[in-house]
Design a protein around this ligand. Structure first.
Ligand SMILES: NC(=O)c1ccc[n+]([C@@H]2O[C@H](COP(=O)([O-])OP(=O)(O)OC[C@H]3O[C@@H](n4cnc5c(N)ncnc54)[C@H](O)[C@@H]3O)[C@@H](O)[C@H]2O)c1
Length: 377
């Protein structure tokens, strides 16, 4: 591979635009994009600033003009497109969930390893410097043994029965909605920060609205389009609550919801250890709460005070807030370093297969109403 990396993006919605921005920030070429139809692809190429449109995503992922394929389409197309891209020898950045079952996610992980390519999944909350700082402190043992890991991930964009989206339809979104969509992010972050693995869990999920409008909102960032839809029966969960135990003796709880009015993207995670607790709040990502018996302190992002893994992500001076787009750019810089032969520091297909195993366990536990083991990778 010579010169600038050539990146192409399948998909043209919310997250495709975020990926396109990150690609440009790494200095790679955005050579192409595809959407749900050739016409939409052409419009998307203009909107995203890509050099060309591909008529289909299948054409894009197999193109000789592309080094790295980004898959930013709805969930049911991730596995087939990722498989085609891997078989064509491409490096792949695939959105979560990698596949809609643990078995398929594991098969893709094995295929990526066989092909010897870079295979990444944007669990981007890892790229907030203060999340990395939480990890560094927990891993250094400065908080003591971890006893309790708890938190929630709450949104409100599906909190009215007239709200809908392709994610609601299991044939497109997969058999789990709220857990696969956002619970997966929380679990990835919790395991990444603590180094613990969730070994068993008991889950209870609920579908708050058994029927929703069938007028599909484009994405959770778009308001409803005002077209009255006919009733669509809903089989996937609006909320999920999980109790879990880890391989290192901690216990935990997680509440996940897309029907919590006023909560926009509240990923909140607390690790309680023997000597101190640490709390990361994704909507206030520039600080970290450090609790001790005698005092509680808010640590504000300042590279001079951070561990090396957090300081490297702190690309602006203190007081100049970093955010979601910065996380994506930092993630892609790591992906491109791996493509260039460097160490793999980005979240991988194996990490996504891990969250797919957790998703299967959540569904199984809900079904059996009992504690369920999460198979190791
Ligand atoms: N990592 C994250 O933080 C994060 C955040 C949001 C979404 N996502 C993931 O990104 C994916 C897309 O979500 P979104 O919010 O961008 O959805 P979206 O509805 O905004 O966009 C999906 C786009 O894909 C297009 N599309 C449908 N079929 C296609 C095909 N075969 N080829 C090309 N394009 C096709 C649609 O027309 C639409 O433009 C989902 O899997 C979601 O889980 C990840």
């Amino acid at each position: 591979m010579h010169g600038q990396l050539r990146v192409a993006i399948a998909g043209a919605g919310l997250i495709a635009r975020v990926h396109a921005d990150a690609v440009r920030r790494t200095g790679a070429r955005l050579v192409g994009v595809s959407a749900s139809t050739p016409e939409r692809g052409k419009a998307a190429a203009v909107e995203l600033g890509a050099e060309r449109a591909y008529g289909t995503s299948e054409e894009l992922v197999g193109s000789d003009e592309v080094d790295i394929v980004h898959i930013c389409t709805p969930n049911n197309s991730h596995r087939p497109l990722a498989e085609l891209a891997l078989r064509a020898g491409k490096h792949v950045v695939c959105e979560k969930p990698l596949a809609t079952s643990a078995q398929e996610a594991a098969a893709l992980t094995a295929l990526a390893a066989d092909q010897g390519v870079v295979a990444a999944v944007p669990f981007v909350y890892r790229y907030h410097p203060m999340a990395a700082e939480a990890r560094a402190r927990v891993r250094a043992g400065t908080l003591g043994d971890v006893h309790l890991v708890h938190g929630h991930y709450l949104q409100d964009w599906l909190s009215e029965p007239s709200d809908s989206n392709w994610r609601v339809d299991p044939s497109v979104g997969g058999p789990s909605r709220v857990f696969a969509d956002i619970g997966s992010h929380w679990c990835d972050l919790a395991e990444w920060i603590t180094g613990h693995r969730i070994t068993e869990l008991v889950a209870s999920t609920a579908t708050v609205y058994g029927e929703r409008s069938s007028a599909m909102a484009r994405t959770f960032t778009a308001s409803r389009d005002g077209i009255p839809g006919t009733g669509q029966s809903v089989a996937t969960e609006d909320t999920a609550q999980i109790l879990f135990r880890t391989n290192a003796g901690a216990t935990g709880t997680l509440v996940v919801s897309q029907v919590s009015p006023g909560r926009k993207n509240r990923l909140w995670l607390e690790v309680d250890a023997a000597d101190a607790s640490v709390t990361f709040d994704q909507e206030n990502p520039e600080s970290l709460l450090l609790g001790r018996r005698g005092s509680t302190e808010t640590l504000t992002r300042d590279a001079a005070l951070l561990a090396p893994d957090a300081a490297r992500l702190s690309t602006l001076p203190p007081g100049h807030p970093l955010g979601y787009h910065d996380c994506f750019a930092a993630f892609l810089r790591d992906v491109h370093a791996a493509v260039a032969g460097g160490e793999v520091t980005h979240p991988t297909f194996a990490d996504a297969a891990r969250t797919a195993a957790l998703t299967d366990a959540v569904l199984a536990s809900t079904h059996s109403r009992s504690w369920t083991e999460v198979p190791p990778a």
